[in-house]
Design a protein around this ligand. Sequence first.
Ligand code: UDX
Length: 446
Amino acid sequence: MRIGVFGAGYVGLVTAVCLAELGHLLQVVEVDERKVEKLNNGTNTIYEPGLDELLESNIGRGNIYFTNDSRSVIEHSEVIFLCVGTPPMPDGSADLSQIETAVQDIIRYTRADEYKLVVVKSTVPVGTSKWVREIIHNETRDRRINIEVASNPEFLREGTAVSDFMNPDRIVMGVVSERARTILGSVYESFECPKIFTTPETSEIIKYAANSFLATKISFINMVADLCEEVGADVSLVAEGMGYDKRIGREFLRAGIGFGGSCFPKDLQAFLHVGKSKSLDFGLLEQVISINEQRPVRVVSKLTSHLNGLNGKLITVLGLAFKSNTDDVRESPAAKLIKLLVQEGAVVKATDPLSIDNFKRMYPDLVEKVSFFENANEAIGGSHAAIVVTDWKEYKNLDWRRIRERMIRPIVYDTRNFLNAEEMLGCNFEYLAIGKNYTQMTGTLV
Ligand code: UDX
């Protein structure tokens, strides 16, 4: 099929390249001309394992083309996916201006007697598809064009987005006509997974509810971790003990410094805003957000008491990306942590294998207050403490025994419970973790 995509960001680029890989003919609207040029030369503009090869091969096969000319993409396409940004507004609601701009273009450039299926893949508040339908209805009354709207939320995790797209747990499609159901169904014809056809409203809520529930699991286990620290229990074993229950599951019960990224924080705020706008009690989500926001505060408070104050102390932050295998630093816990460390007077050094440039661009106010190192070994030398914030595999493989000799105090705070605790304790580190209190723990770790 001839498919158009608006937006070549983390979602749009993965969606477009994977649909091209499946044999569809893709044209992608991207406003950033430098990105357009790079992508048409087969150069990827985001870090996403496996995407480079797919982009290059589909550019080579002529299956995909990037442009900032929305008209040509609209005229090319029978199905148009909207994968534009829906960033949070100050009140937490989603900013839908990029959606509206794309829809206006589609209205403007759809010719008489043509049919277009507009598919909203961006994460949008419930009711957005209806709102788009109303815009189209009001602005095309006197024209013989037929533009339908469907919802098709994505469930892609950064770092595994290509695999998540090609091997989805399910595909959710919110449609209002048999024609839209047939057309959207044929886009995903080659997928064997469960396909849920429903209304756009149900589809939109599935996305927000799924992300909000995943975030709730994380804040729940982080709440439990606080108790474990007080009583000398081990939160990882608590999570394991819980997870054997198939109704609970093992995933997303890893205690840590909290969730970040461009989805959970934004989606929780938007879902909360929608609930409040209907005068519903969505207080649960407020607690999920509050527990998450407390995570970096709790880490700094514990480190402060461990070091009897942070003023003038050299602290190294290991990891700036909001999770490993991505260069995305949006809503990164590292940024919140560094701001708190600086407020306490600490002298902060930071390192990350991929994200330093993105971090400097996104948090310019921190650039002058932090020393950045490409090399983790170098960054840790001479520190009073090192805080593991992102679970980069390379931090597991550091020569911690050698590193210990070069630190002023051998304190490692593993806020992802990611390192080998026994090895760290065996190297006589003052090893701090989340939801585990080694000074109190009795018995041996399983
Ligand atoms: C998430 C959803 O998983 C995905 O389905 C949706 O489409 C987009 O949002 P993403 O934000 O890319 O994906 O990353 P994810 O792997 O979900 O992690 C989100 C955050 O939660 C990260 O900061 C991660 O470190 C944290 N996390 C995850 C935990 O703290 N504990 C866990 O057990 C799992």
